[in-house]
Design a binder for this molecule. Structure first.
Ligand SMILES: *[C@@H]1O[C@H](CO)[C@@H](O)[C@H](O)[C@H]1NC(C)=O
Ligand SMILES: *[C@@H]1O[C@H](CO)[C@@H](O)[C@H](O)[C@H]1NC(C)=O
Ligand SMILES: *[C@@H]1O[C@H](CO)[C@@H](O)[C@H](O)[C@H]1NC(C)=O
Length: 339
């Protein structure tokens, strides 16, 4: 063998083999060239690479299924929203469900009742966008971690801190993942926004994201200076979008939604009117509301899937639907901190 090929020659041979294995598999080449092309562009856009050619092939099949779903949805063109091929396009819905949500359903446990400081609000502005008031930090990304509950709670706190002190400080979800571990909240295994508020109240504050950075996994609890404090929190009486509006007119509010559908995952823009149910699985933050020029009322929702998803990280979701729990059950468990 050694006489057939020098060391350099073997090296070159394996290099070519490795490049070929990573480039394309025969199956992929037999697929419609445009789909393979789109996959290639998608891999380049998101800087994706896989451990093996087999994995790449498996991901291509999932990508293809998702893209076909997205294309056929958009082709129907009768909806108020569009889907898009985002960075989640190589995941199955089940995989995505197991890694990017994190709202723990209460099950048989009754929802909490508290006082509701906005109960007598009579006048609300026709629209509100807390981003324009400087009360919303840039969109964050929970990564592969069931930590939506921390992002939802923190965004609501960032809002009320700005409203009461004039300062917008990006606060630490990681502190909640690492330190809030004695109750319902379990780092990357899920939690609840109300319990995050309770924890921050008991610890007399929360640190900044700059001083306690996000890692997308649970680590040991560290000490970092607290930059923001809340006194208490309240729950919006459930299943009434008018009451939810009275709260959101005054501050960003933590809510949960049923985000299990494929069209939620690949939402790109417009007013979401998805065919979702009431199995709430994801915590987000309502940071405003409004009405389109066609007269469709919507909630403005800040998500924690990065700014590649949706409208630069946000979703507008239909407001004031016939069902009392709201679309995707958005009015079933809403809460806000009081600073
Ligand atoms: C709302 O109005 C009722 C009746 O006037 C009053 O008893 C209650 O304290 C008010 N609630 C708040 C939060 O101001
Ligand atoms: C980080 O902590 C220090 C105190 O150790 C504080 O002075 C600083 O303001 C904090 N930074 C941020 C961005 O909160
Ligand atoms: C929803 O809340 C509003 C405002 O408090 C109230 O007027 C209305 O009766 C409530 N709707 C239902 C169905 O309870």
């Amino acid at each position: 063998m050694a006489s057939l090929c020098s060391r350099q020659c073997w090296f070159a041979f394996f290099l070519v083999l490795a490049i070929w294995a990573n480039q394309a598999t025969p199956r992929e080449l037999h697929e419609s060239s445009s789909m393979a092309e789109r996959y290639k562009r998608w891999l380049a856009k998101y800087g994706k690479s896989y451990r093996s050619a087999g994995e790449r092939q498996r991901r291509f099949q999932i990508f293809k299924d998702n893209v076909e779903f997205i294309d056929s949805f958009n082709a129907k063109g009768h909806k108020t929203y569009k889907l898009g091929i985002n960075k989640f396009a190589d995941q199955t819905i089940a995989e995505f469900q197991a890694t990017h949500k994190g709202y723990k359903r209460l099950g048989s446990k009754r929802l909490e009742k508290t006082s509701f400081k906005y109960e007598n609000v009579t006048v609300v502005p026709p629209s509100m966008d807390w981003r324009k008031k400087g009360a919303v930090t840039p969109v964050k990304d929970q990564g592969n971690c069931l930590s939506c509950w921390a992002f939802s709670a923190v965004a609501a706190i960032e809002g009320i801190i700005k409203i009461t002190t004039g300062k917008l400080i990006s606060l630490s979800e990681q502190e909640l993942l690492d330190c809030d571990t004695k109750g319902i909240n379990q780092g990357c295994k899920g939690g609840l926004m109300e319990d995050a508020f309770k924890f921050i109240i008991s610890k007399k504050g929360i640190s900044s994201r700059a001083n306690y950075t996000y890692k997308a996994n649970q680590g040991t609890c560290k000490k970092a200076p607290h930059e923001a404090k809340i006194k208490r929190y309240e729950v919006v009486p459930a299943n009434n979008e008018t009451k939810l509006l009275m709260a959101v007119a005054n501050q960003p509010v933590s809510v949960c939604v049923d985000s299990r559908s494929q069209d939620f995952t690949y939402y790109e823009n417009g007013i979401f009117m998805g065919d979702c149910g009431t199995e709430v699985d994801h915590g987000v933050t309502i940071v405003g509301y409004g009405t389109t020029s066609e007269g469709i009322k919507y909630w403005l929702v800040k998500n924690s899937w990065g700014d590649d998803w949706g409208e630069n990280g946000y979703m507008r979701i239909k407001r004031d639907v016939a069902a009392k729990e709201g679309l995707c059950a958005i009015a079933t468990d809403s809460s806000y901190p009081i600073a």
